[in-house]
Ligand binder design. Structure first.
Ligand SMILES: [Zn+2]
Ligand SMILES: [Zn+2]
Length: 369
């Protein structure tokens, strides 16, 4: 107990680089859990946060897809014990508001209730001042101190790196298919963007029994991987009109289109790939102020389409993670091919540089600290 000196990758200048420094992590109070991090995935949103000054007070500790071993628990934690294997997610929910009680914790506006009260000792400090713990998590460190609502127990059979990937890209991609679209057997779907989130959505669509599962991307290596995860058709948007191609493959448009990239052009394409009464789901994060220019009659009212904005696959981690773990252990959900690249904390800048240059499809995961 007491405070722990640990190594962490810190962001100070928002220039996309991380510095390995020492921080002090407190012991858990109340409903908090101290987790020894065994795997932390590198995610595009971390790279975005590390390279864009959005007014978040520096230094910032990022890393939001984590797995590890419980080291200490607060006195109000009853369902986790020291030694448990867990994953931790960025979904901060209070567990008591109307949204939480209706199973929509991803809409909770009271997530800050899971943080320490103003005036309490900081969870994480460096040189006597508080460190910003992004999403109440901050997993690019040897230890993470987090509220129990963000933590889910996992069986020992699932490797830490695979569990870390599950904590973000599976919740987001598979959650979009199972929780939001509720894809039914025989329906046709398209996934725009075959990165980690897209591949999980493709895999989930296969599990759900979708008939035609169409992957759209610009990179042939991603489209090859998409077939391994269950895509029945692939469209390389660099050499054909993706809207026409998808409408033709699906016989007039798909029931569900999932956009993972976050551009206005691909978002409109997703909408226009759907059939009458179809649904398009915007999942990729757009730049602030990004605008969509729709032909309202031709794109929306005439074809009676629905456009959805999703957050984290509408996931309830303690409901959904056990299902994904079972699907992984039974071989239905492929996470192994998403973890090609295991790194040490000291290699974090190389890992993000590789991601930024588009090299490699699979996730880089830090597995030694
Ligand atoms: Zn992520
Ligand atoms: Zn709530």
């Amino acid at each position: 107990m007491g405070r722990h000196n640990v190594r962490a990758a810190m962001v100070r200048d928002f220039d996309g680089t991380f510095a390995i420094e020492e921080i002090e992590v407190d012991s858990p109070l109340g409903a908090e859990v101290l987790v020894e991090v065994r795997a932390a995935g590198l995610c595009h949103s971390d790279l975005h946060l590390a390279s864009t000054n959005m007014g978040i007070p520096a230094p910032v500790l990022l890393g939001h897809e984590i797995s590890g071993v419980v080291r200490e628990v607060g006195d109000r934690v009853s369902d986790l014990t020291v030694g448990d294997h867990v994953l931790a997610t960025l979904i901060q929910y209070c567990g008591r508001c109307a949204d939480c009680l209706s199973g929509a914790g991803h809409r909770c506006k009271e997530g800050a209730q899971t943080l320490r009260a103003a005036g309490a000792a900081a969870r994480i400090e460096q040189d006597g001042s508080a460190v910003t713990q992004m999403f109440g998590l901050g997993g690019f460190a040897e230890l993470v101190l987090v509220h129990e609502n963000q933590v889910v127990k996992i069986p020992r059979e699932i490797p830490f790196a695979q569990a870390a990937v599950m904590a973000c890209s599976t919740l987001t991609g598979a959650g979009a298919v199972f929780n939001c679209a509720k894809v039914a057997p025989g329906e046709n779907v398209v996934i725009l963007g075959a990165g980690g989130v897209g591949l999980n959505a493709i895999n989930a669509a296969r599990i759900a029994g979708a008939n035609r599962i169409i992957a759209v991307d610009l990179a042939e290596d991603k489209l090859r991987l998409a077939r391994r995860f269950g895509a029945t058709h692939t469209v390389n948007a660099s050499d054909q009109d993706p809207v026409e191609a998808v409408r033709e493959i699906s016989g007039g448009g798909v029931q569900h289109a999932f956009e993972m990239i976050g551009f206005p052009a691909t978002s409109l394409q997703a909408l226009r790939m759907t059939r009458t009464g179809g649904h398009a789901y915007l999942i990729g994060l757009h730049r602030p102020g990004s605008m969509l220019e729709l032909d309202v009659m031709a794109d929306v009212i005439g074809p009676q389409r629905v456009l959805h904005g999703l957050y984290m696959g509408s996931s309830a981690p303690r409901r959904d993670v056990p299902r994904y773990v079972d699907q992984y252990l039974s071989g239905a959900l492929d996470l192994d091919a998403l973890v090609a690249n295991e790194l040490s904390l000291d290699q974090i800048n190389d890992g993000f540089a590789a991601m930024a240059s588009g090299g490699g499809v699979a996730r880089g995961v830090i597995t030694s600290f």
